[in-house]
Design a protein. Sequence first.
Length: 220
Amino acid sequence: MPEAPALLRLLAWLSPAFPVGSFSYSHGLESAVHDGLVGDRDELEDWLSGLLTAGSLWNDAVLAAHALRAADDPVELARLAELADALAGSAERHLETTSQGRAFFEAAHTWNGADIEGLPDDCAYAVAFGAAAGGAGIPSEEAIAGLLQAMISNLLQAAIRLSVIGQSDGVRIAAQLEAEISASAVRASAATPGDLGAGTLLSEIAAMRHETMYTRLFRS
């Protein structure tokens, strides 16, 4: 287990109250719901499971883990930030990750030692978080598991707002995905950038289609 100060910092950084603006993004889920790809609890759970094991959340976990290990290497962090930028498959995905990354660092500066060299101002959220976690001495598996849990929780909240599920079903999905979150965190902590890759094409297409929706609740 991480030491108490590191654990408290991790909990603070991933709290819904931490001002990164994640509540305004659905990661393409709104478009998927609109197009009938996700309409109930089982379909939502399958969608999120795919993102965790072979989609954008897996890539974010790998990026964060590598940034955590490279927290004291400005050259590698700059290279990783550039790679993460290129992995954003649509304009809204790019906006989602860079705006949250920028907001995360602005808020994290409150803590001494959270200033990480080598990262651009508009840095992908996963890289920004990983670098800060490494600088704070937070163990990799705990940091990545926490990040994935926070991302899944945000998508569950989006699904509730989209009337796909209620809060009770959201809790059930969170419980069901707990083992997959832990397993993905373990895998990602030992992964390298060579392990990046996603096979969730419907999610990527949904993210692109969201840009042309006439009315919407979310920014992505």
